[in-house]
Unconditional design. Sequence first.
Length: 418
Amino acid sequence: MRILPHDQTVLDAIAGREAEIVDRAIGWCAINSGSRNLDGLSHQHDVLQGVLAALPGEVESLPLEPSERVTDAGDIRQDEFGAALRVTVRPDAPVQVVLTGHYDTVYPATSPFTTVTPREDGALNGPGIADMKGGISVMLAALEAFEAHPDRDRVGYRLLLSPDEEIGSLGSAPLLAELGRIGHVGLTFEPAMADGALASSRKGSGNFHILVKGQAAHAGRDFASGRNAVAGAAQIAAALHALNGERDSVTVNVAQISGGSPLNVVPDTAVVRFNVRVPDQASAEWVRNEIERIVIAEPLTGQHGLKVSLHGGFTRPAKPLDASQQALLEAVRAAGALLGQEIAWKPSGGVCEGNNLHAAGLPNVDTLGVRGGDIHSENEYAWPQSFVERAQLSAMLLMKLASGEIDAPGLKRLRTGA
Ligand SMILES: [Zn+2]
């Protein structure tokens, strides 16, 4: 592969827009779009919808199905999500690329972390600047520039911006699965590591909630007729924790037990919440069976009659480094080398939309966003020089997918075997 004159024009166009590419992300960070802040999400959605209009395709706003949640009081509620944005460009082109990102952040509406501030070393510190409003700006910059390339008609794409990635993509999951089936190659714009390294394999992740219902009773006058939900929850939590170490690379993190009552009342409700990480599908099935065994078993409280129900499930399948992923990462490394960028990769403990896309049959590289770090904290930062750098990398991928030097249908065949 080499950089052709038309390619260079696209790269130069990106470099010429550096201030705009960085500044628009800084502007978006000033809009709080915590995953549960529906007003803020709606504001961010409308701003992005306006920007997406610069692309040649149809822009759709897609409402998402609410998801079920168990409250601390033991009630089942429906959680509403913001709307996703989808753009479809040249759906009949021979190469189909899927680009995804999320416009929600982990910072709630009440967070005092509201603006971007430059650090003394030049890094930008702000809510979502790396994860991933910076990434959205990078994605759009690459596409906007690619639209001026003479080979653009060979590449069609579907772009999805979701409002619920930081809470597991339960609402967007059907949209991600559909795009995963349709596309040849996926590009997702989660932040790269500070040195530019990409994530290779990712574990799968599930969030589970066990609701324990007992019987309230006066602790003094009528203790024997009570059924203690907190004691049952504690035993369930201990049994879940004991799964750690039972199978390679499977972890169970009992994160929360809620419930209880005044000291003179036998408590009738408790909820155990936990996260599970697995290296592959077989481990996911193993741990799921173990969890069900624990739920079905009568908790050894010495009191029968507790009602135990399991809620939640796996939100992200594991994303192993298979042959399609290996080949795609090699292609990204080659594209980076043309730009003088050294691209490495390593496994990540985190999960993202790339897990969903891969499970649906799409080879994808999911850390094409800006270089940064300390995400999900008030120290979150991104390097401003990485915006142009990463937009050029993605534009280079699009140009080489268009030329066929990166074989998109071949990568898809490696993934699906078809
Ligand atoms: Zn993210």
